[in-house]
Write a protein that binds this ligand. Sequence first.
Ligand SMILES: O=P(O)(O)OC[C@H]1O[C@H](OP(=O)(O)OP(=O)(O)O)[C@H](O)[C@@H]1O
Ligand SMILES: Nc1ncnc2[nH]cnc12
Length: 234
Amino acid sequence: SPPPPPAASCILPPPPLLRLHVISSLARTPISLRCSAADSRSPSNREMAAQQDPRLAGIAASIRVIPDFPKAGIMFQDITTLLLDVKAFRDTIDLFVDRYKDKGISVVAGIEARGFIFGPPIALAIGAKFVPLRKPKKLPGEVISEEYSLEYGTDKIEMHVGAVEAGERALIVDDLIATGGTLNAAIRLLERVGVEVYECACLMELPELKGRERLGDKPLFVLVQSSVDAHDHH
Ligand SMILES: O=P(O)(O)OC[C@H]1O[C@H](OP(=O)(O)OP(=O)(O)O)[C@H](O)[C@@H]1O
Ligand SMILES: Nc1ncnc2[nH]cnc12
């Protein structure tokens, strides 16, 4: 007789186990997740955020940290576990939408790859178009590009010519700011074509890498700050 089919539990990862793994992964590492929204646009907002929106703790807890990925010494902040948590994902989008609706933003520019996850739902909800800023040789039309360095290498981002018009107001969205090189390049790309960058929005900031300083006067808003382990820098 044929072998019995595998049990469903072998095929589907059980969610409670995954959640335990997330918590133990955070607990094992000396990473502290500060989950107050950090806002460089106005000090009064920063004070308001210090009162701690109750949604931020759930968002912070849903992000998994994987040590030594993609190479030794990097504490990788993995947002794919946040995407598995419907409430945390929805709360993330809602917090950004509440902040950016009715601000005259006509463009949400999302940075490949993880800015493509958070940018489009924000764009739809605030009534803005979505413009992908992509890694080299991915966009088929005529492009303009900017080079940048990051925590583990160098890269370039590109944008389609004609995707935005001079005078438009843009929000730049990514999952994380580390050294700030990527966001710095994105700002340069948009400003080169006469677009006003209203703000940069990220889910996470690694404040010890001082990426915020590379953005000059450009406001940065993040939901979660994560302090990196000392061995992150080697
Ligand atoms: O502030 P920085 O030091 O510039 O680093 C931040 C960038 O690094 C990560 O992307 P990565 O380049 O790893 O690309 P991926 O999303 O395609 O994996 C992250 O999603 C940001 O885009
Ligand atoms: N530590 C990190 N985790 C996730 N994405 C990153 N991009 C740059 N540094 C990162």
